[in-house]
Every structure is written in structure tokens, then in C-alpha cells.
Design a binder for this molecule. Structure first.
Ligand code: N01
Length: 533
């Protein structure tokens, strides 16, 4: 048992934790990162399922803090694969000598604030304690994998896997009978790969999701050269965009102003181009006007009907319960085409829910199935799961899990009233998950670093969001969400995938541009809405 003290402790060694370490070290802080995995990389360390790939283009999905890094790193394809992104993260860790301040294989189990000393004490799963005035939560939004509590899983005699806890050595499904449960981004990416190996694949779909073609390809050297020549300006411009990605002309026209022929042409062009932001940028009202959205949703449903040969399967795959874009849009390579294979069967798990896992497979309300392997692509306890798993206690020993029992409350997604000196990177109330995540991570971390620097210069030891500013922010986050179509979907944005989780819209959907301006203005006004002492 040891007791060590630092200037700041960072929970999580993913893209956020590593950048926070680098940034705070640059201020002269003594920092330590604790990471539960046996390597750094967070999401990209754990999600090694076949076909795992980023749905943001690789020239965008990378750090911008070092121009040398972004100029020298070479992405082979339009979208990075999980192994490439993990290689990149390890390269960054080595290049900036980060690993000497990262403790791997260590999970933080509690974080307790000492009001008298203005210090956090964190305890690890090994019984170590560490203290620091500042605690930075970089524990991820999609880092608490969730296997539904089906009856009988412990009886299953085959192998089972979750996409977010994939074995390092990989899995060979050749010749196996496989059942995949879940058709979100992970399922959609993985299903075509497993279908190529399995003797037969059954996909259990509860809710059909919209997926667009990624149109992945080797990175065009001319595009790469052009992009690198303007990298710094592009990154700056990205902060002025809703999703934190520059290079897409913001749409100016409503889908309802266009003629049916114009709409068809616009959607066809975006379908051919590939990518989700590009498609949602077809018109300016797809995420705020249901009638406008219906035109885009129907276009994609018709594409699905055109690709999938069996009409009943096509109809089951065509989403009808939510407007396109209100759940995270999936990007795929040959997803719908996969259902034309003779060895793939789609099962409607909405009409006949999965009732139990059996020794040989699973049973739905209507039928039994036998499998060698079952794969859960069932998602995560998103946005709040990682922090709720840690016993976080603030002023007056208040538990964060209790404070968030009716849904998460934060100011700017960065701080929680009653939990002084604890910062959250891309937490609930921030636009993080609705943006280019690495840009959001850099923006949040730079803001936190600026705040710590100013506190140090002014001799402040404590910062805390006030209850009033937090309440105003939560109301604002909800009001912005309610002005869009997002709340119409049962998504992980509202916790709908976790039985019993309060239905609260968690991300800020006012856009990176609006959010960044607000954060900067608040800092300029001496950290308005925060109490400093
Ligand atoms: O998880 P999900 P994910 N019986 O929650 C189903 C990011 N990501 O891991 O919709 C039957 O989206 C559930 O059904 P329903 C990205 O932000 C990014 O796929 O709740 N089915 C759903 O179909 C993404 O949004 C990338 O009715 C059950 C699925 O499981 C986020 O991670 C790649 C069930 C879960 O889908 C999460 O994606 C991968 C049950 N009892 C992930 N319980 C890229 O960058 C759940 N389901 C490309």
C-alpha cells in the first residue's frame, strides 16, 4: 500500500487522458494517469472486433496539438482501422514520452474530496491511494460495455464475446454457427466480416439502424497533400463548425424548398460520396424538421430495399421508428449486401424478443437457435457508466451516483456542482460525442489547462461550478435538444439501451462552434458561473 501525491491525477489513458497528461505536464504539473487496460488507447484498445474502424475520416480523427505529428503521420486509408488508430496512439505516447507517467492495469475504484485540504484522494483496485488537488476524469463515454442480463448466460457451453471487450488475440469464426445480438455501429461494422467466416450467421435485430456507405478506400495522395498543406487552418476552422470538422459547406436550403428531383440528386450525390456528416449536410433542416427528415429517411429506406433481395428482410432492415440521424448514423462496407448471402439470417428480436441463453445457444419467444459462439454488440452504459462505477464523493460526502440518479447534471459538461476541482473531459452536457471526438478532447483539455494556469497565477486553490450555473446549463442542454428531432429516438444519447436508466438527453447538441464560444467567453469573464477561492 502506498500513498503518493501529485498535482493532478487523470483517470483513463485513452485519447483524452493522454492529451491531458501532455498538456498539464507542459504547465509543469506533476501528473499521473491511471488506466485499467494493459495498454493505452481506451476505446481503441478494447474494441478490437473484426471490422472495427473509425467513422470520422483519418485526416480529421487525429490530434492537432503538434503540427510535426500531423504532418509526419501517414494514414493509409480514408477511415482508420482499429489497429492503425491504436498504433497511432502508441506512437504519440512514445513520441511525447508519456508512458513514464501512466500506470497501466490499474482501475480507480473511488475518488473522495477532502474539503479541508481541497484535495482528492483516489483509491485503486490494488489498494493504493493517491492524492492531488485536481482530479481529471477522462474515463470515456462508451467504455462500460453492457451485456443484457439474459437468463442463462452462465450455462452457455460455447464461447461468447462483447465487442467492447474483444480478446487481444482475435477470434476465428471459420466454420462456426454464430449469433450476433445488436445492430448499432459495432454490429453493422462486424457483421459482414463474421458472415465471411461463419458457416451460418444469425443476426438478432431489435431496432433497425440507418447505415450509409463509408466508401472507404486508400487515401488519395493528392488529397493528403492538399489536406496537410492547410492542416493548421482546417483545424482552426473546425472549431467554427457544428460537428468540429471543417471542409463541408454548411447547407443553406431546406429539404422542403427543393423539388423532389433536386432532393433525389442531392441525396444520390451524398450517398455516392460516403460519410455521415456529408449526408446530414444535404439540407439545413434534416435534424430539426420531421417532414424534411422524412425525405432523407425514405431515400435511405429505398436504397436498402434496392440492395437487399429478399423483400421481407429488406423491410425489416429499413428503419421506421426514428428519423435518420437522431441515433448515431452507422457507416458500413457491404452491410446490407451481407443479407443477400445464403449463410446469413436476420431475426426480428423486436417481434420475438430473446428470452434466454441456453446451453447450446439461445431461445427467443418463438424459436430456439444453436450456436458455437454468441457475440454481443449490445453497446455501453454510455456517458455516465464509467463515472458511476467509481465511488466518487464530493462536498459533504455526496455521492456522484446519487446526485446523478435522475440523470447527469454538469456545467458545460466540464464540472459538477458539489465536486470541486474535479474536471470531466467530454462528459454529459458537452458536445463531445456529437463531434469529432479528438477535437472536443483538445478543446476541453486546453480550457481546463487554461483554467488551472490562471488559478495558479491568481493563487486560487479551489474551483467549483455553482448550483445555479449547473441548473441553467442542464436546462439549456435540454432546451436545445428539444428544438431538434434527437429526442424522438430511443438511443444511448437518452440512455434508452439500459433498462431503468433515467431518460435524459445527455449530449449538448448546440454544436462545437456555439459551445467553444461559450467556454471561451466564460473564461474571459473570469470563469463566470464557477466559484473560485
Ligand atoms: O452500441 P449501440 P454500439 N436484445 O448501443 C441492441 C460508437 N461506435 O456498440 O437499438 C436485443 O449503438 C440494441 O438494440 P436497441 C458510436 O458512437 C463508433 O453498436 O436498443 N438487442 C442495438 O441494436 C456508437 O453509436 C464506431 O433496440 C439488444 C445494439 O444492441 C456507439 O459507439 C464503431 C438488446 C447496441 O447498439 C455504440 O455503438 C462502433 C437486447 N436485450 C461504435 N440490448 C465507429 O467509429 C441491446 N440490444 C464506426
Amino acid at each position: 500500500m502506498s500513498n503518493t501525491s501529485f498535482d493532478a491525477v487523470i483517470v483513463g489513458g485513452g485519447l483524452a487522458g493522454l492529451y491531458a497528461l501532455h498538456r498539464l505536464r507542459g504547465l509543469g504539473f506533476k501528473v499521473r494517469v491511471y488506466e485499467a487496460g494493459s495498454g493505452v488507447g481506451g476505446t481503441w484498445f478494447w474494441n478490437r472486433y473484426p471490422g472495427a474502424r473509425c467513422d470520422v475520416e483519418s485526416m480529421e480523427y487525429s490530434y492537432s496539438f503538434s503540427n510535426d505529428l500531423q504532418q509526419e503521420w501517414k494514414w493509409p486509408e480514408r477511415y482508420g482501422t482499429q489497429p492503425e488508430i491504436l498504433r497511432y496512439i502508441n506512437h504519440v505516447a512514445e513520441r511525447f514520452d508519456l508512458m513514464r507517467d501512466v500506470q497501466l492495469d490499474t482501475r480507480i475504484v473511488s475518488a473522495v474530496f477532502d474539503e479541508g485540504a481541497n484535495r482528492w484522494t483516489l483509491t485503486t483496485d490494488k489498494g493504493e491511494t493517491v492524492t492531488a488537488p485536481f482530479c481529471i476524469m477522462a474515463a470515456g463515454n462508451l467504455s462500460t460495455p453492457r451485456v443484457p442480463d439474459f437468463k442463462g448466460l452462465e450455462r452457455f457451453e460455447g464461447n461468447w464475446y462483447h465487442t467492447g471487450l474483444w480478446p487481444k488475440e482475435g477470434v476465428d469464426f471459420t466454420g462456426q454457427r454464430v449469433g450476433v445480438i445488436g445492430t448499432g455501429s459495432s454490429g453493422v461494422q462486424m457483421i459482414p466480416h463474421i458472415a465471411r467466416q461463419a458457416s451460418h450467421l444469425h443476426v438478432f435485430q431489435r431496432t433497425a439502424n440507418f447505415s450509409l456507405p463509408a466508401r472507404n478506400a486508400p487515401l488519395d495522395p493528392e488529397k493528403e497533400r492538399e489536406h496537410k498543406a492547410t492542416y493548421v487552418d482546417r483545424r482552426r476552422a473546425a472549431y467554427d463548425t457544428p460537428f468540429g470538422i471543417a471542409g463541408y459547406l454548411p447547407p443553406t436550403k431546406s429539404a422542403l424548398e427543393a423539388t423532389p428531383e433536386e432532393r433525389e440528386r442531392a441525396y444520390e450525390a451524398k450517398w455516392a460520396e460516403g460519410g455521415s456528416i456529408s449526408f446530414l449536410y444535404s439540407f439545413n433542416d434534416l435534424l430539426v424538421n420531421k417532414e424534411a427528415n422524412d425525405t432523407a429517411s425514405e431515400f435511405v429506406r429505398n436504397k436498402i430495399r434496392g440492395i437487399v433481395k429478399d423483400p421481407a428482410t429488406a423491410e425489416l432492415l429499413a428503419p421506421k421508428d426514428h428519423p435518420i440521424g437522431t441515433k448515431r448514423l452507422c457507416l458500413d462496407t457491404n452491410y446490407y449486401e451481407t443479407y443477400n448471402r445464403a449463410n446469413v439470417t436476420l431475426v426480428d428480436a423486436r417481434r420475438a424478443p430473446i428470452e434466454e441463453i441456453t446451453t447450446r445457444g439461445l431461445r427467443t419467444r418463438d424459436a430456439g437457435y444453436e450456436f458455437d459462439s454468441i457475440v454481443f454488440a449490445t453497446g455501453f452504459d454510455a456517458m455516465t457508466g464509467a463515472l458511476r462505477e467509481i465511488d466518487v464523493r464530493g462536498v459533504g460526502d455526496e455521492k456522484l451516483a446519487d446526485k446523478w440518479a435522475a440523470g447527469p447534471r454538469t456545467y458545460l459538461g466540464l464540472m459538477v456542482a458539489g465536486f470541486p476541482n474535479m474536471f470531466v473531459i467530454t462528459g454529459p452536457g458537452s458536445p463531445g460525442v456529437k463531434s469529432q471526438m479528438i477535437l472536443a478532447i483538445e478543446q476541453h483539455t486546453d480550457w481546463i489547462a487554461g483554467c488551472l494556469e490562471k488559478m495558479r497565477a491568481a493563487g486560487f486553490a479551489r474551483i467549483e461550478a455553482t448550483e445555479e450555473s449547473e441548473t441553467r446549463w442542464v436546462e439549456h442542454v435540454n432546451a436545445v435538444a428539444d428544438s431538434t428531432l434527437y429526442p424522438l429516438a430511443n438511443s444511448w444519447y437518452v440512455g434508452a439501451n439500459i433498462p431503468g436508466k433515467p431518460r435524459v438527453f445527455m449530449p449538448y447538441v448546440g454544436g462545437v462552434h456555439t459551445y467553444t464560444r461559450k467556454c471561451n467567453e466564460i473564461a474571459r469573464k473570469g470563469y463566470e458561473g464557477f466559484a473560485l477561492s
